[in-house]
Design a protein around this ligand. Structure first.
Ligand SMILES: Nc1ncnc2c1ncn2[C@@H]1O[C@H](COP(=O)(O)OP(=O)(O)OP(=O)(O)O)[C@@H](O)[C@H]1O
Ligand SMILES: [Mg+2]
Length: 232
């Protein structure tokens, strides 16, 4: 049994990501080391909204990259489902990222020459999505409230609409976990709340786990679990 921050008792099968004594240091010039994460332990349950908070430079992006197998911890272990990252090859990690994970970044990075529909179609093809692709694209665009923007190009969408398209794209292939680095960073708090509410709706409808970073205090109440980094 695991005990998590909000004092709910959880069965071990409910844990999707486990972090055991993870540290991360960056080597600087002149043999200096910068320790960004120091002996972190976490048990992240399935189907929840997790918010990582902390001041600028506290290691939020670093931690997200480690959880998403984009960067390796200096020491310690991360386990996704039953897969220990330290035992996986680059190819195996790439496979997990492509099929089981979705990513949303602050710089939204939609492909400018593709409309909303085509942006999502592109990642579905890339993930080898075999179900009804057209139906799924329309479904996720409807989930994020953009059924009437399907043929809009990124430049023809507002910032919030672009972010919602990026979220639709990150969940389209039915990942188990979505990582979102400052997904509300470019939005005002009220639009940010809309995005976080959308994540909560997706958690309910699709059973995914969402791990996001933010420093917007106005969003913390909406999290199931808040992970605080650095001194706050
Ligand atoms: N590749 C790297 N080499 C050296 N130092 C790094 C590297 N990547 C990050 N850092 C340092 O690690 C610290 C944490 O960086 P990180 O990007 O995780 O912070 P953050 O909490 O996401 O900040 P922000 O809120 O500004 O996005 C920073 O001080 C940064 O300068
Ligand atoms: Mg960051």
């Amino acid at each position: 049994m695991e005990r998590i921050e909000n004092n709910e008792i959880m069965d071990i099968q409910d844990i999707i990501l486990k972090v055991d004594n993870v540290s991360k240091s960056f080597k600087l010039i002149g043999n200096e080391e910068l320790k960004v994460i120091d002996g972190l332990n976490l048990s992240i349950p399935k189907g929840k909204l997790i918010i990582i908070k902390g001041r600028s430079g506290s290691g939020k992006t670093t931690l997200l990259n480690i959880l998403g197998a984009l960067d390796a911890a200096t020491s310690g272990e991360v386990t996704f489902m039953d897969r220990q990252y330290s035992l996986l090859s680059e190819e195996e990690k790439e496979y997990i990222r492509r099929y089981d994970m979705g990513f949303v970044f602050q710089s939204i990075a939609l492909i400018p020459i593709m409309n909303a529909y085509e942006n999502i179609d592109f990642v579905l093809r890339n993930a080898g999505f075999r179900d009804d692709r057209d139906g799924r694209i329309r479904e996720v665009l409807s989930l994020v409230g953009l059924s009437d923007r399907i043929t809009h190009y990124p430049a023809q969408l507002s910032g919030g609409e672009q972010q919602r398209t990026a979220i639709a794209r990150a969940i389209a292939h039915r990942p188990k976990v979505v990582f979102a680095d400052e997904p509300t960073g470019a939005l005002d708090t009220s639009t940010g709340i809309v995005v976080v509410k959308l994540f909560k709706e997706l958690i309910k409808r699709e059973g995914i786990t969402v791990i996001m970073t933010t420093h917007d205090e106005g969003l913390m109440d909406m999290a199931d679990i808040v992970i605080r980094l650095g001194e706050n």
